[in-house]
Ligand binder design. Structure first.
Ligand code: UDP
Ligand code: MG
Length: 324
């Protein structure tokens, strides 16, 4: 008997691509079921992340037409990572494995066959890794590369060039559910689960339609989030910097004393001005980094829910929290 698969697809204002994504997934699922790779009651679940357009309407229609499609409707927009987590945690009790994928068809659906093969040969987690980023802009490519190498530097264990296209077994999902942080960075957390894993390479295509939901500002905050939620290295760098600056200031002290003894007390305005600005800048930077962590502690201690689900449309397990 083949295992039951749930595809989990977070969607935020994706009305333009959704019909095509659904069509291709439907085709793929039928092929997989026919070849006996997955069981006949496998599903595709779209998670509506508080979209302002017709996304939920489309998902509802898909579900009504074909029981293959399920839908999770979040109470409001919670961001890609939370939407994905909401989907994974909702289907966790019902599936043997789940594959997460973006809605915009940038990830190669056909890589799923190889993911499933690796799953059946014993991997709990299979990462989809981009072998080429030809279709990304030069800017996105370089910033992404910089980000992954920075992550490595900071001592975290992320898989380079892996976004959130991955297969996870039920056991891995159970493991994931044990991580309690509110600020969740899945790419950093999943490798910590530690069960057997493997990678599958694929070529990333261009967004099928619509625009990226990750403008520069969101990308930057995603990067800061990723680093500060996984590593305290920046705090250490600050203390090292502090020590270095302290040593330099001792050298300057000795130097000025010698100059003083020699009677050469020039006005030295430039030097003072530069020092004040340099030290001031460093202190502000350090405070900023520390503030980032304190902010994180503040948010974590409140332990607010990461998402709330209004409706789960599913031909077997659905529920609706709006209805009594
Ligand atoms: N997404 C989401 N909530 C958000 C932003 C994005 O669920 O607040 C989804 C989006 O619909 C897509 C995926 O996350 O399925 C990745 O977003 P996108 O393709 O815009 O990012 P990019 O590929 O440009 O990095
Ligand atoms: Mg995309």
């Amino acid at each position: 008997m083949a295992d039951k698969l749930y595809f989990v697809i977070p969607c935020y204002n994706e009305e333009e691509v959704l019909p095509e994504t659904a069509r291709r997934l439907q085709e793929k699922m039928h092929a997989l079921i026919k070849s006996g790779m997955i069981s006949g009651d496998s599903r595709v679940v779209f998670v509506n992340d508080g979209s302002g357009d017709r996304t939920w309407e489309i998902i509802r229609n898909l579900h009504e037409k074909d029981g293959l499609f399920s839908g999770v409707n979040l109470s409001r927009n919670r961001g890609h990572q939370n939407a994905l987590l909401a989907g994974l945690m909702t289907v966790r009790p019902y599936c043997d494995m789940a594959i997460s994928m973006d809605a915009d068809l940038q990830d190669d659906i056909n890589a799923c066959d190889r993911m499933l093969e690796k799953y059946y040969s014993g991997s709990d987690i299979v990462y989809g890794v981009r072998s080429a980023r030809k279709t990304d802009t030069w800017f996105k490519r370089t910033t992404a590369e910089g980000f992954y190498s920075l992550m490595k530097h900071m001592g975290t264990n992320t898989v380079s060039n892996h976004a959130d296209f991955r297969l996870m077994s039920r056991r891995a999902l159970d493991g994931l559910s044990e991580f309690g942080e509110v600020n969740l960075f899945l790419r950093g957390i999943v490798p910590m689960i530690g069960y057997p894993s493997d990678v599958v390479y694929y070529e990333r295509a261009e967004r099928f339609a619509g625009t990226s939901k990750y403008p520069l500002k969101k990308m930057l905050s995603f990067a800061v989030e990723g680093i500060t939620s996984l590593s305290i290295e920046p705090l250490r760098i600050i203390s090292q910097l502090g020590i270095a600056v302290f040593l330099v200031s001792i050298a300057i002290l000795i130097y000025s004393l010698i100059r003083y003894a020699m009677g050469a007390t020039v006005p030295g305005w430039t030097f003072l001005a530069i020092s004040i600005w340099a030290i001031g800048g460093l202190i502000l930077l350090a405070l900023g980094v520390i503030g980032e962590y304190i902010g994180k502690i503040y948010l974590e201690t409140k332990a607010r829910p990461r998402y709330l689900i209004r409706e789960f449309l599913d031909s077997e397990h659905g529920f609706d929290t709006d209805k009594p």
